[in-house]
Design a protein around this ligand. Structure first.
Ligand code: AMP
Length: 457
């Protein structure tokens, strides 16, 4: 849940949005007191049937922004949909996101009567076909499976009156654009269309011109705002010392719900294996894992049975887990947008989080692009046993020469008297204090998170 302060009279509350009582009731049971900015701006227009182009990422409350008006629209229908008919279609790039959206409809629509179904690949289509055969009011789908089922005649798209395209930029990245266009062409022109995208690359802009009808444009939480809530640190480290550095950070018990990012599936498996060997409860999620393995891993992470989840960018997209204390970029992403998405996972629900990024010699270029995009230098933390001065100094022009980002501490610039020596690697560079005794992990200060709402059981 997003944290918002509640003024006594609650001006601008949900009651000003003209939502029907079953929806108001569900929303208040969720303890949403104030609509989020995207809800405030989008809901009145969507209730009037306008098309909408939203620049917003997960975590802004965008699901309720489209789900509540859709549900309100469904309340007008006196009859059930006919077999194979769909009334509202929500297209989303990943299975995880599809399940989350489907669940949100269940939550917000719990006092209404309507049929819903969710379809995605990687599982048997049998139950999905059965659900569609009855006709559904709300269908949440990923593009590939939806088109397969459509081509097999399992559903009709000619009665759809609301179409939501969620995470459009991610659809593009994942190569779904041709499928998305086919789906647009199969739905009646008279539909209401809602398109959400965290960024607006040219292809998405072209798509909106072609398929949206005079849309209202709403933009919330540009990347910099999310980024500001996150305490970001960069740790310069030789590649061969990364796993030891990660393990030493995890010695700190306050680093307790941790999302680690790698660039590749292979990298995710490797990191998970290393941590598991060190008896740190870890799971990996990436595109090569089966749907059920991914769900299992995610559930274990959510419930606190697993402390570390190692993920690739695609697998983590839309991941809705509150109380992630730390995001660790084991490998920096090539795209600055991915960096913003990654670190945004730890500043959910109004909390502040910590994002720690490892940067090896090859990744300095990525760091430069990231810093240009977020318009700030990330604080350098030298206060760890694997710090590489060689990498730091070659990256130092970024911050006026001191390699410290010119910003606040978090250990930046300090020598750690308790640092233990890094294992000398072939390319091992200067360390902060090569002769220091052991004890880095006992020093809890460096990576301690600000207090979070709850610890996992
Ligand atoms: P979303 O961006 O749709 O993934 O939503 C992010 C989180 O915010 C979810 O956990 C929602 O339950 C929560 N949320 C959505 N709207 C509100 C609201 N008006 N007040 C408080 N929390 C909300």
């Amino acid at each position: 849940m997003l944290t918002q302060s509640i003024p006594a009279s609650n001006p601008g509350g949900f009651d000003t949005l003209n939502l029907i009582s079953p929806l108001c009731r569900a929303v208040s049971e969720e303890q949403y007191t104030l609509p989020t900015p995207i809800q405030m701006e989008a809901i009145p227009h969507l209730l009037q049937g306008r098309d909408l182009l939203g620049c917003a990422q997960t975590g802004t409350g965008k699901t309720a922004a489209f789900a509540l008006p859709i549900l309100q629209g469904l309340a007008k229908h006196k009859e059930k949909p006919r077999p194979k008919e769909v009334r509202a279609l929500i297209l989303t790039p990943t299975r995880e996101l599809a399940l989350q959206i489907d669940e949100s409809f269940q939550v917000y629509g719990r006092y209404m009567k309507f049929n819903q179904a969710v379809v995605f690949g990687g599982v048997s289509p049998r139950n999905q076909i059965r659900a569609l055969s009855r006709g559904v009011d709300v269908l949440v789908a990923t593009p590939g499976r939806l088109l397969d089922l459509f081509n097999q005649g399992c559903l009709r798209m000619d009665k759809i009156d609301v179409f939501v395209l969620d995470e459009a930029d991610q659809m593009l990245d994942m190569g779904f654009l041709p499928d998305v266009k086919k789906i647009f062409n199969a739905i009646p022109d008279t539909r209401q269309t809602v398109l959400f995208s965290a960024t607006m690359p040219d292809e998405i802009v072209r798509l909106t011109h072609k398929f949206l009808n005079d849309p209202i444009k709403v933009s919330v939480s540009p990347p910099s705002r999310t980024v500001e809530k996150v305490d970001q640190r960069i740790l310069f480290v030789d590649r061969e010392n990364k796993s030891a550095l990660l393990a030493s950070i995890l010695e700190d018990e306050s680093v307790y719900r941790v999302l680690v990012f790698t660039r590749t599936k292979h990298g995710a498996n490797r990191v998970a294996k290393i941590l598991t060997k060190k008896r740190i409860r870890t799971e990996a999620i990436h595109g090569n894992k089966s749907q059920s393995a991914r769900m299992q891993a995610l559930n274990k992470f959510r419930s606190g049975h697993v402390r570390v989840l190692v993920a690739t960018d695609v697998a983590s997209r839309g991941l809705d887990v509150d109380d992630i204390t730390h995001v660790i970029n084991y490998e920096l992403p090539k795209e600055a947008e991915s960096y913003v998405h990654r670190i945004g996972r730890t500043a959910r629900a109004g909390a502040t989080g910590i994002a720690i990024s490892f940067c090896d010699a090859e990744e300095r270029g990525y760091l430069r692009v990231i810093e240009r995009t977020i318009k700030q230098n990330v604080t350098v933390d030298k206060d760890h046993p694997y710090h590489s001065d060689a990498i730091a100094s070659r990256a130092s022009h970024r911050s006026g020469g001191n390699g410290n980002g010119g910003r606040r501490g978090a250990g930046a610039g300090r020598r750690n008297p308790n640092s233990r020596s890094a294992k000398p690697g072939k390319r091992s560079s200067q360390r902060a204090n090569p002769s220091a005794p052991s004890g880095y992990g006992k020093k809890k200060r460096s990576f301690r998170a600000k207090p979070h709402k709850s610890r996992p059981a």
